[in-house]
Design a protein around this ligand. Structure first.
Ligand code: NAD
Length: 254
């Protein structure tokens, strides 16, 4: 399938994990890419390693919590590449600890990277998406749908992403802009591995997943690409849960 031939797709947090897989997926389907992450070197290495350098026309070091940096990334990409069809707000960080364990600075940083950046990036992209009839796909989390123990700030930030997705979908549907999010369960990226550090903890986690394993970044990218594609032309404001069945169960002992 080459559903994005000639379209311009901007992806945040593209140097690794789900962002990298999403960049590979859109490149394989014909898109021109504008990619940002904290390190331009990491992006350059990723596009070389994965063989997508030809598609990845803009690589930029951006801290997505900086409104000027993310706005100028979007403006420069859309103007130099001539259009913007899809924005994937994907960059994110974890934050572990109960409310009385984390600092105010950790709380604020989590909100800034995981939630404010979605607002900043979307706001910058909307004028271009209006022209292109484009769309936004946000990487939220199942942690934004329920309370994952010990992840208060992260859960709240991702819940904000879910509802910001719905709000933007409703507010901009009349302009031909669709806005959706994916809600991944556990995905075997650096983020999850930093949390579930050893094999035994990972095995315990996987026992709780009806499908018996964590997801892959490619499986998340497939969901993002579906929501961005014309196959999803009547879908807006939705949360696509991709979690191997975790949120389909009550969790009650039997
Ligand atoms: P990852 O750590 O591999 O990738 C995250 C990327 O975001 C990294 O390349 C990192 O450098 C970048 N990033 C972090 N802070 C940034 C900032 N301030 N500005 C720009 N870039 C920044 O992890 P991942 O699992 O691929 O995470 C991608 C998204 O998926 C995140 O939003 C995360 O919350 C979400 N998610 C992950 C899981 C999981 O289990 N891995 C589950 C649900 C949701």
């Amino acid at each position: 399938m080459r559903r994005f031939e000639g379209m311009v797709v901007a992806i945040t947090g593209a140097a690794s994990g789900i962002g990298e897989a999403t960049a590979r997926r859109f490149a394989a389907e014909g898109a021109i890419l504008a990619l940002c992450d904290l390190s331009e070197d990491a992006l350059a290495q990723m596009v070389t390693r994965t063989g997508i350098a030809e598609s990845a026309r803009t690589l930029r070091a951006v801290d997505v919590s900086d409104i000027d940096a993310i706005s100028s990334f979007i403006d420069d990409a859309a103007q130099s590449l001539g259009r913007l069809d899809v924005l994937v707000n994907n960059a994110g960080i974890g934050c572990f600890g109960h409310v009385d364990e984390i600092t105010a600075e950790q709380w604020r940083r989590t909100m800034a990277v995981d939630l404010d950046a979605v607002f900043f990036g979307s706001r910058a992209a909307l004028p271009y998406l209006r022209t292109a009839g484009g769309c936004i796909v946000n990487t939220a989390s199942i942690s934004g749908l329920f309370a994952d123990p010990g992840l208060a700030a992260y859960n709240v930030a991702k819940a904000g992403v879910v509802n910001l997705t719905r709000n933007m979908a409703v507010d901009h549907a009349g302009e031909g802009i669709r806005v959706n999010c994916i809600c991944p369960g556990g995905v075997g990226t650096a983020m999850l591995k930093s949390h579930l550090r050893d094999a035994a903890i990972m095995e315990d986690y996987e026992r709780l997943v009806p499908m018996g394993r964590v997801g892959t970044a490619d499986e998340m990218a497939a969901g993002i690409a579906f929501l961005a594609s014309s196959d999803a032309s009547y879908i807006t404001g939705t949360t696509l849960t991709i979690d191997g069945g975790v949120t389909a169960q009550t969790g009650q002992p039997n």
